[in-house]
Design a protein around this ligand. Structure first.
Ligand SMILES: Cc1cc2nc3c(=O)[nH]c(=O)nc-3n(C[C@H](O)[C@H](O)[C@H](O)COP(=O)(O)OP(=O)(O)OC[C@H]3O[C@@H](n4cnc5c(N)ncnc54)[C@H](O)[C@@H]3O)c2cc1C
Length: 464
C-alpha cells in the first residue's frame, strides 16, 4: 500500500529569501511535483507543508553554489540522497529548500590494488558492490535497502546491514570524504590510506551526522576481498524468545558469523503473504546465519551446535540460489509490511545477551499500547527493528504509535542499550536524545554544530 502523502492543495508562496536562492541557482525548481517528491522519506512521516524548492545537484559546484546562496540569504537546507531513510531525516517543509544529490551518481575510481572506490554521493549502495565485484572485491556495509539507498545517505546515517555482523558499519568502511560546509567552503577529511591519525578525526564526525554538518560530495570507500566461500543456514523456533536465546548463544560461543538475522512470526507471515513463501509454517521465529572464509563450513557447524538446544528445525542451504532466497526473505521484511499499512520503524540496540528480554519487552509494549509490533533484528549487533503498522491515514507522530516508540526507547535504555542503532535520530527520535546522552554531551554536540554551521541552516531540527 503506497504512503498517503496528502499536502495542502493551496500553493504556498516561497518566502523572499528562499525565492532569491531558487531564482539564482541554475538547477533549482519550485515545481510542486518536484517539491512533493522530496518532502519526506520512507519513515511514514508526512510533513504538513511542502519545501519551497529543490536544487537538483549534478556536481560539487552545484552544491557549493546552493550552500553559498542559502548562507547569504539565511535559508535552511535539507540534504537528500535517495530518500529511503527511516527517521524523517530528509523530510522538509515550507521555508526550506532541499539539495538533492541523487543525480551525482558516478563511480569515479576503483583501485583493485589499494582496494578502494572513489564515488559521488548519489551512487546506490548496490552499484558500488556490483562495480567492486568485477575486481573480486566487495563493499561491506549492505543495508537491506542496498538496491535503493545512496552512499551519501549511508554515510550521513552511518548505515548498517547484514554483513556488519562481521565487517562493521559504514564508519569502518569510509576512508575519506569531500564535504561542502554550510557557507559553501569545501573540506577534505580522512585519507586514502588504511591508517592515519593526523589531527582530530573529522571523517568520523561527519559519518552519522545526518546532514547537519555539511553535504558529502565525494567519498573514498574501503573495499575488501570477496570471501572464497560462504555457508548459510536457516533455523526455525517456536517463538522469538527462543530465537533470541539462540542468537545470544552464538555470540557467547565466540563464533563470528558474517550474517546473523532474526525475524518474528508475524513478520514471517507478512513476508509469506507478500512473496508466496512458506516460512511461517515452519515456526514462530526465523534465524538466518551465514559464515564466510576458508573455514565457513566449520564455523557453520559450530553455529548449528550452539543453537540446537533452542531450535525446532535447522536447514542448511544446499546451493547459492537457496542461500540467496533465505537472505531475500530477510530483505523483504520492510517492503512486505509496507503493503499492510503505514510503518513506523524502531531501531533500538541492546547488549547481545539481552535480545530475548528485549523481545519479551516488545510484546508487553504491544499489549499495553494496543499497536501491533512486528520485529526483525540484526542479532549479532543486538540491533532490533520493532515495526508498528498503522492504518495508512493514521499519524505515527502522535497517539499510541508515538507512545510505543517512546516505550521502545525506555525498554532499550533499561537493558543498557540505545535509541538508534543505524537509522539515525532524524526528526522522529529527537526528543529522547538528551535523555540518552546527557546534558554535557548534548551541549558539546551543540558547540560542534555551531562550529560547522554557525547560522544553523543545515538540516535544522534533526539529529541532535
Ligand atoms: C526497505 C528498507 C530497508 C532498509 N534497511 C536498512 C538497513 O538494513 N540498515 C540501515 O542502516 N538502514 C536501512 N534502511 C534505511 C535507509 O535505507 C538508510 O538509512 C540509508 O542510509 C539512507 O540512505 P538514502 O540515500 O536514502 O538517504 P536519505 O533518506 O535521502 O537521507 C538520510 C539522511 O542523510 C542525509 N543525507 C543524505 N545524503 C547526504 C549527503 N550527500 N550529505 C549529507 N547528508 C546527506 C539526509 O539529510 C538525511 O538526514 C532501510 C530502508 C528501507 C526503505
Amino acid at each position: 500500500m503506497p504512503l498517503q502523502t496528502e499536502y495542502p492543495t493551496t500553493e504556498a508562496t516561497a518566502s523572499s529569501a528562499t525565492a532569491a536562492v531558487l531564482a539564482a541557482h541554475p538547477r533549482a525548481t519550485s515545481d510542486p511535483q518536484a517539491r512533493a517528491a522530496v518532502a519526506t522519506d520512507r519513515s511514514g512521516y508526512v510533513p504538513a507543508t511542502l519545501p519551497d524548492g529543490v536544487v537538483r545537484a549534478e556536481s560539487a559546484d552545484d552544491v557549493i553554489e546552493a550552500l553559498r546562496l542559502a548562507h547569504a540569504h539565511n535559508v535552511p537546507v535539507v540534504p537528500r540522497g535517495a530518500g529511503t531513510g527511516l527517521a524523517a531525516g530528509a523530510s522538509a517543509h515550507a521555508g526550506q529548500i532541499v539539495v538533492d544529490v541523487s543525480g551525482m551518481d558516478r563511480i569515479l575510481e576503483i583501485d583493485p590494488v589499494e582496494m578502494i572506490a572513489v564515488v559521488q554521493p548519489g551512487v546506490l549502495n548496490a552499484e558500488v558492490n556490483a562495480a567492486a565485484a568485477e575486481h573480486g572485491l566487495f563493499y561491506a556495509p549492505d543495508p537491506a535497502s542496498t538496491a535503493i539507498c545512496s552512499i551519501g545517505g549511508n554515510i550521513a546515517t552511518n548505515a548498517g546491514g547484514m554483513w556488519c555482523a562481521k565487517y562493521g558499519v559504514t564508519r569502518e568502511s569510509v576512508l575519506g570524504l569531500t564535504v561542502v560546509l554550510a557557507d559553501g567552503r569545501v573540506v577534505r577529511t580522512g585519507r586514502r590510506t588504511i591508517k592515519g591519525v593526523t589531527g582530530y578525526d573529522l571523517n568520523a564526525l561527519f559519518i552519522g551526522s545526518e546532514g547537519t554538518l555539511g553535504i558529502v560530495v565525494e567519498a573514498t570507500l574501503r573495499l575488501r576481498p570477496r570471501p572464497v566461500r560462504t555457508e548459510t543456514l536457516a533455523a526455525y523456533f517456536d517463538d522469538i524468545e527462543a530465537a533470541g536465546l539462540a542468537a545470544s548463544a552464538i555470540t557467547a560461543a565466540r563464533i563470528q558469523p558474517s550474517i546473523l538475522e532474526l525475524m518474528d512470526g508475524p513478520t514471517l507471515g507478512a513476508v509469506d503473504r507478500a512473496e508466496g513463501t512458506h516460512h511461517r509454517e515452519l515456526g514462530g521465529a526465523f534465524l538466518l546465519a551465514q559464515t564466510d572464509g576458508y573455514g565457513a563450513h566449520l564455523e557453520l557447524d559450530e553455529i548449528a551446535r550452539a543453537i540446537e538446544p533452542y531450535a525446532s528445525s535447522v536447514h542448511r542451504a544446499g546451493s547459492a540460489e537457496e542461500a540467496e532466497a533465505l537472505v531475500k526473505a530477510r530483505r523483504d521484511a520492510i517492503p512486505s509490511l509496507e503493503k499492510l499499512g503505514r510503518v513506523s520503524i524502531g531501531d533500538i540496540a541492546v547488549p547481545r545477551n539481552r535480545l530475548a528480554e528485549a523481545f519479551t519487552g516488545l510484546e508487553e509494549i504491544s499489549a499495553r499500547t494496543g499497536v501491533p509490533i512486528f520485529s526483525v533484528a540484526h542479532a549479532a549487533d543486538g540491533n532490533l527493528h520493532p515495526m508498528i503498522v498503522v492504518d495508512p491515514d493514521t499519524s505515527i507522530t502522535e497517539g499510541p504509535a508515538k507512545e510505543a516508540l517512546g516505550d521502545m526507547f525506555h525498554l532499550a535504555q533499561g537493558l543498557g542499550g540505545t535509541l538508534t542503532g543505524e537509522h539515525g535520530v532524524g526528526l522522529l527520535k529527537r526528543q529522547w536524545v538528551e535523555e540518552e546522552v546527557g546534558d554535557i554531551s548534548r551541549s558539546l554536540q551543540g558547540a560542534i554544530k555551531a562550529a560547522f554551521d554557525p547560522t544553523g541552516i543545515l538540516n535544522p531540527g534533526k539529529a541532535i
